[in-house]
Every structure is written in C-alpha cells, then in structure tokens.
Design a binder for this molecule. Sequence first.
Ligand SMILES: Cc1cc2nc3c(=O)[nH]c(=O)nc-3n(C[C@H](O)[C@H](O)[C@H](O)COP(=O)(O)O)c2cc1C
Length: 253
Amino acid sequence: MSVANVAMDTPNFSKIFHQSSKDHAKGHPPTPRRYEDWPEEWRTTYYKAYPRLPKIALEDGPPRADFFDLIKARQSRRDFTRASITKYELSVLLKYSCGTTGKLTSDRFRRAQASGGGRYPIEVYPIVFRSGEDLKAGLYHYNVKEHALDVLWDREFSDEDISQIFTYPWVKDATVGIVMTAVFWRNQNKYGERGYRQILHEAGHIGQNTYLATEALGLKCCALSGTRDENLEKLIDIDGVTESVVYALAVGR
Ligand SMILES: Cc1cc2nc3c(=O)[nH]c(=O)nc-3n(C[C@H](O)[C@H](O)[C@H](O)COP(=O)(O)O)c2cc1C
C-alpha cells in the first residue's frame, strides 16, 4: 500500500476512538433533571492522596506578565541546559497550570484549567531529574488541594533513567518532566465513552497553561508525545488501565 493510500484510509484512531465517542449517549447514563438527584459520585470531586508520604509545601506569587506577549512568545523549546529550577518556579508552574484559583465549597475549588463536567480526571506527577538549590530530585505527585508536593520517591534521575521514560535524547537536559495521567473512571462514570475526549481536552488545557507559565517564568518547555508509557506507569506505580499516562511536557532552563 502506498503512502498516499495509507493516508486516504480511515485511520484507526478515527475508527476506534473518535467514532466510539461520537454518540453523545454511548455508555452515558441518563442525567436526572435535578442536581440533587444526581448520583453521589457525579457531585464529588476526587483527589488522589498519599496521606502517609512526606509533603513539601509550595509557594505562590506569580511574576507579572502580559498575557498577549506570552502567547506571542510561546514556542516549543528543546535547547535545555541542565540548569536547575527553583521550588518557587515549580510552585508557580503547577499552581497556574492546574492548581486551585478559588474556593467553591470546603472540598471543591475553581482551577486554572477548564474541565468537562468539572470531573478533574487529570493527576500531575512532576519528575525532578537533578537536585537544585532548594528543590531536590525525585518523583512527586502534585497535591492540588494543599498546593504541595507528595514525595513519592526521593532520588536522582541519571541520563539512562531519563531515556527509559522519555524517548527524545534532549529531554535529559531538561530539569523536570511534567507527567499527566488520567483517572478514566471520573469522567467515564458520568459521560460514558465521550468522557475520553474530555480527558484529552483537559490535558491540553493544562499543557497550554504550562507553556504560558513557563514563558512568564523565563523557563523553557516542550510538549512530549515521546513518552515510554509502560515504564512511566511502572515508575509512578499505576496500573496503566484505570489510571494511565496521557500527556507530558519537558521543562527546564
Ligand atoms: C500533543 C503534542 C505533542 C507533542 N510532542 C512532541 C514531542 O514528542 N517531541 C517534540 O519535539 N515536540 C513535540 N511537540 C511540540 C510540537 O512539535 C510543536 O508544538 C510544533 O512543532 C509547533 O511548534 P511551537 O510549539 O514552537 O509553536 C508536541 C506538541 C503537542 C501539541
């Protein structure tokens, strides 16, 4: 089959993913008219928590920046220098890409990104490759509610370790890999198959926020399709089915 024919054929991702999620009602339970009649899990915001692990409190206080200048300046940058980033920089990056921006109830918050049905399926795991002045290398989970890092693994990442989880060789010169996973059930239990779209859309919203926040901080950033998902999932200790890697970005200086 020629390249032209392959391109003309309906791609599998349309057949399998897109068509499956086209029917708005597929796997979508009927929505009761009154909010009070919605199932409890539709009215609940879920947060992944690591209560037994140490936490690092994060900071706030973003730099002033012109929004439109940031959009004009944004680009994917791959010429990282291995220089460290600070805890303040990672704090601002996380807060303004996927953190809380206001309180709705004791357990529900406004957030930096839009979320289909407010289901917030995305969990964020920053992987700091090398220790810097006030930010140690390690595998972290972003604790949205507390604006803190859950310390999953306090360790350095060698170039070889990085090549096991990200495919592009220049990622080893970045400083942090921001890995997004999806907890599929949070959307699927309300929206059925269509929930899959919402999950990927939301990851994109967080990704764009990350680009703009890094630009404001004078850092560099590049989105990464090039992730070795199974290895990342093993590292993060998720099963890859109920929770799986959906997107990642390399961030550095
Ligand atoms: C979903 C997505 C995945 C991407 N994955 C990669 C990647 O794995 N490697 C890479 O070098 N760039 C990746 N990019 C960056 C694109 O190559 C880049 O956005 C595009 O060339 C436009 O350039 P700009 O971002 O500088 O405007 C990705 C971008 C998106 C949106």
